[in-house]
Design a protein around this ligand. Structure first.
Ligand code: MG
Length: 392
């Protein structure tokens, strides 16, 4: 057998084993982790059809679950309003699939309000270069209307670093300057998490991560209150939601392909994560155990027994444990009664159940001296069924 075949075979065996075993596989839940390692009781990740990347000529397609704020259609201007006087329609213009700032018309903002998000947008500074430093191709992306990711034509245009393109304005300079020439499209991909306060105490400062034209420029930068012009901001609570605002700084900056995906709650605000508080972990473990018990109720025989044993890895439950212990006692007794020349047919099931019992005793969900386990182990030993370690 050549090497690639061996490798492929080993991989397929591993995958099959992981699937076939499911439960009783990785380390069990603990006080701050509601799931086992490699836990099949976890929900599968939500399916999202990916979009396509943009070219200079053509904006890409957003992913399937994106909420489109501006996709190039003239009627999408209805999703935006003047910031100063929301009753008035904005004077920003949609032309050739592009949303353009009309200098002097004021900021524009979305009617929709949202908070934590993955935000994508593309912008283009005027190709006719005018002004310098903060005066050249200035606009800005205000997340929740609270914190500015700077939009500025910094192509061959130095300025104060904490005010350059993709800086968190007044807070943190970009890690790099990957801008294209003015007139070309620049892409911003932003991951935004608002600050979280409880009773005036900061639980999470909030963060922004930014990629500019695919290059990381903000790496989980803490918000420190959101920044601003000249004055140092202090950590503060944001509202629960806010509009996305785009800045009118007197330059006809153009935008296209603006969409976002809301992000799930963080553990600190009641969301799910691998690592959670003890209280949240206990509640989640109880929920998982309940779901497993409900699933077990639809099963029969050893499948039901093993599912009930699985449930006690998440939450102790006297009824589930008693039912499963009785079932495994009966199973061991039945196996003991199988004549020696017929026992081979039971090999798979005996190994399967014993593997579960080894896990449950190893992690102290059941006592090590469980009689049913000892009986099944004795059958395995007598028949020399223990898989041998492979010779290297
Ligand atoms: Mg600006």
């Amino acid at each position: 057998m050549n090497r690639p075949t061996l490798h492929t075979l080993a991989l397929s065996l591993l995958t099959t084993a992981a699937f076939a075993d499911g439960a009783f596989y990785g380390d069990p839940p603990d006080a701050t982790h509601p799931w086992a390692i490699h836990d099949m009781n976890r929900a599968q990740p939500m399916r999202v059809e990916p979009g396509t990347f943009s070219s200079q000529e053509k904006p890409g397609m957003p992913p399937s679950d994106a909420i489109i704020l501006f996709g190039g259609k003239p009627e999408e201007i209805e999703k935006w309003q003047a910031d100063k006087n929301p009753a008035e329609p904005t004077k920003w213009e949609v032309k050739d699939g592009v949303l353009q700032c009309v200098p002097g018309s004021g900021y524009v903002r979305t009617k929709e309000e949202f908070s934590d998000c993955q935000l994508h947008l593309e912008w283009s500074a005027p190709s006719k270069v005018e002004g310098n430093s903060q005066g050249r191709g200035n606009s800005g992306v205000f997340l929740m209307g609270q914190v500015e990711v700077q939009v500025l034509d910094n192509y061959n245009n130095p300025s104060y670093p904490d005010g350059m393109a993709s800086s968190i304005y007044g807070i943190n300079p970009p890690l790099a300057n990957p801008l294209r020439a003015p007139g070309e499209w620049q892409t911003y991909d932003i991951i935004f998490r608002r600050p979280i306060f409880k009773d005036g105490v900061e639980l999470d400062p909030g963060y922004i991560t930014v990629f500019v034209n695919g290059v990381l420029t903000q790496d989980h930068t803490p918000l420190e209150g959101g920044g601003g012009h000249m004055r140092r901001s202090k950590p503060r609570a944001f509202p629960d939601q806010g509009p996305l605002k785009l800045q009118d700084h007197g330059n006809p900056v153009r935008y296209r392909n603006i969409w976002y995906r809301p992000l799930p709650k963080r553990a600190i605000e009641g969301g799910e994560a691998s690592h959670m508080s003890e209280a949240a972990t206990a509640a989640k473990r109880a929920e998982i155990a309940k779901n497993i018990r409900e699933d077990a109720a639809k099963l029969e025989g050893n499948a039901k027994m093993l599912r009930l044993f699985e449930s006690i890895c998440y939450e102790a439950n006297a009824d589930a444990q008693e039912f499963a212990l009785t079932a495994v006692k009966d199973f061991a007794a039945a196996m003991k009664a199988v004549p020696a020349d017929k026992i081979e047919a039971q090999k798979g099931e005996i190994l399967h159940v014993t593997k579960a019992l080894r896990y449950l005793t190893q992690f102290k969900f059941l006592p090590e001296d469980l009689a049913a386990k000892q009986e099944l182990e004795a059958i395995i030993k007598a028949n020399d069924w223990e898989p041998k370690p492979k010779k290297k």
